[in-house]
Design a protein around this ligand. Structure first.
Ligand code: MLT
Length: 255
């Protein structure tokens, strides 16, 4: 009998056991807002995204690049940073702004989660906005799957867990899988809240914070399921995120 495919959800990057991602396929999620913004930026024509953990590191990296070719984007506490070109609102990343530019991006949780996940053999970036495209890429890959939720400053977040659960549900329907408890929890969460997606995302801690800052539009944008059919993928030397694949066979969203 063929082995079951390992599908694990790590509700926070800090909860990934040491060495676990090696040889695996990591799917990094930060619905509000880094992964949603990365999908938008690439769809709008950015040639790649260079993720940075720290603000100074991002400024320094952008400073080494040719002016007019680079965009410096990101946030701290959800707010745009002084001296940066753009914040972390997906809709700021339009074709007019992004075309052929390299985006140097630093965010509180998402870019850090991505850098941690770089230990995996292959790393994809997922939002609700590219849900079906991610599902199809994950299914076509034989490696163990590790879905890494970014969370919010060390706390589990509802919106990332929901998306992780939606991907788990898809995989359970299409493959013989061996789940960890994180995957079961995420799946349960999706079963309970997936049908009222926008409402669920709004009441989570990250969503509440964004609403307080006046970014309600970003929540509506983040729950536009399958708006894009592209999957961002981490490439190396230098570490950067590019469009890894484009296209879906069909939408797999059931809610
Ligand atoms: C993050 O990476 O921490 C988030 O994207 C924060 C945000 O801008 O909402």
């Amino acid at each position: 009998m063929p082995d079951k495919r390992i599908v694990q959800v790590h509700l926070l990057p800090e909860l990934v056991p040491c060495g676990r991602l090696r040889h695996g396929l990591a799917v990094v999620i930060d619905v509000l807002r880094a992964s949603t913004t990365i999908v938008h930026a690439l769809a709008a024509g950015c040639s790649c995204v260079r993720p940075c953990a720290e603000v100074d590191e991002a400024k320094e990296l952008a400073g080494t690049m040719r002016m007019g070719r680079v965009l410096l984007g990101g946030e701290r506490g959800g707010q745009p940073l002084a001296g940066f070109d753009l914040g972390n609102s997906p809709c700021e990343y339009t074709a007019q702004v992004c075309k052929d530019r390299t985006l140097v991006l630093t965010t509180t949780n998402g870019t850090r989660a991505l850098l941690r996940a770089a230990q995996a053999e292959r790393v994809l970036v997922a939002g609700f906005v590219n849900y079906s495209a991610v599902c199809e890429q994950v299914k076509a890959d034989a490696r163990p799957v590790h879905i890494v939720c970014s969370g919010t400053e060390g706390e589990v977040s509802l919106e990332d867990t929901l998306l992780a659960g939606a991907i788990v549900e898809y995989l359970c329907e299409h493959e013989d899988v061996a789940l960890n408890d994180g995957a079961r929890l995420a799946w349960d969460c999706f079963e309970n809240h997936g049908r009222v997606l926008q409402g669920a995302v709004e009441i989570g801690q990250g969503g509440t914070h964004l609403c307080c800052l006046g970014y309600e539009e970003d929540i509506r944008t983040a729950v536009q399921v399958d708006r894009f059919a592209l999957v961002p993928e981490l490439k190396r030397d230098p570490l950067r995120i590019e469009v890894g694949s484009v296209g879906i066979v069909q939408s797999h969203w059931k809610c």
